[in-house]
Design a protein. Structure first.
Length: 221
């Protein structure tokens, strides 16, 4: 990281110590296949690409009816997300492949959601962009993030568990089947979110927190 312009000079920032210019979490990310990505805040300029990304979602990729399948409703939903939420996108050479957010931004416990295009799942992208949203929410002094998830979506629930979400209410059994959604909540106390904000050199185990190996943005809270 160069202090002059706040930009990273290399794509595999394993040993990056961070600087005063760093966002809450390093935007550089190498997925499980070795492909490089940038995770950054979304802007209005991302709207067309997000519409195309979501429009290409397969029907089975919806969760609680999101993203909407009908194009006009999809566009309205994305507009609402960008206008009212704190949004992050996972971007590569061909544009965004993942999107996570919390909304509304002025709520003490806003709702969290994350989506990754089916062609790019199981690479760690959903977990990484989620950590950016959690770090941003903690910096913004939100109390917690909440979500709802289908009880049969075990993969999503596993990710949410790893991110620190706690089950608030389970779905009920009816006729031998689980009915309704599971509600989960992730408290955003500084201690539990600090690890998401450590620079790569700390997260990758090359340097321990407080050993003098470099600045740690999370340690200044």
């Amino acid at each position: 990281m160069t202090d002059a312009d706040g930009t990273c000079t290399y794509w595999a920032p394993t040993e990056c110590e961070g600087s005063a210019h760093c966002p809450p979490r390093c935007p550089r990310f190498i997925d499980r296949t070795g492909e490089a990505w940038v995770v950054r805040p979304a802007t209005g300029e991302d709207r067309p690409a997000l519409v195309e990304m979501y429009d290409d979602f397969e029907p089975g990729e919806q969760a609680q009816g999101l993203p909407p399948r009908h194009r006009p409703r999809l566009e309205d939903w994305i507009d609402d997300c960008l206008d009212e939420g704190c949004n992050f996108v996972v971007t590569g050479e061909d544009g965004p492949v993942g999107h996570a957010l919390y909304t509304p931004t002025d709520a003490a416990e806003p709702e969290f959601a994350v989506f990754v295009h089916q062609d790019y799942q199981d690479r760690g992208l959903g977990t990484e962009v989620s950590k950016h949203v959690l770090a941003a929410a903690a910096v913004a002094d939100r109390d917690a993030l909440t979500l709802v998830v289908e009880p049969t979506n075990r993969a999503a629930r596993h990710v949410y568990d790893e991110l620190g979400f706690e089950t608030e209410s389970e779905s009920a059994f009816q006729g031998g089947r689980r009915m309704g959604a599971v509600r989960m909540r992730r408290p955003l106390d500084s201690e539990s979110t600090a690890a998401f904000r450590h620079p790569p050199v700390v997260r990758n185990g090359a340097v321990e927190v407080g050993d003098g190996g470099g600045p740690d943005p999370a340690a200044s809270d």
